[in-house]
Design a protein around this ligand. Sequence first.
Ligand SMILES: [Zn+2]
Length: 141
Amino acid sequence: MTDCPFCAIAAGTGRGSIVYEDDLSIGLMDIFPVYPGHTLVVPRDHYDNLVACPDEVAAHLFNVAAKLGPAIMEVTGGTAFNVWTANGADAGQRVFHLHLHVLPRFPDDKFGLRFPKDFPRKTDLNELEEIAARIRSVVQK
Ligand SMILES: [Zn+2]
């Protein structure tokens, strides 16, 4: 993956503001921060997304995010943080090397997710069970 910015940073050929490193992962500042302190946790090896990532690496990334979140809050004065990852362009993924966002949050900050107009809409329990059964049949394969 010669044109992957996160692979370049992991290889030491690309520039990044690194806040954490270990054998499996790197924590670095997002170059387009939503708020100061917005950090990314990336695996050293290239995986396009969470689906492609081995379980033990994925678990490790979340453990690193749990370490970085409180440190980021302490430094920025944040009162909470989000951890999220986008899987696919329609989910907002722009760099196709798996990364977790660790985003500090502040009282009354303006960041948020957009929900459909009819949200929250209580769903019929039979409708939930129908889709649950369909997902179970696929995930258990
Ligand atoms: Zn990569």
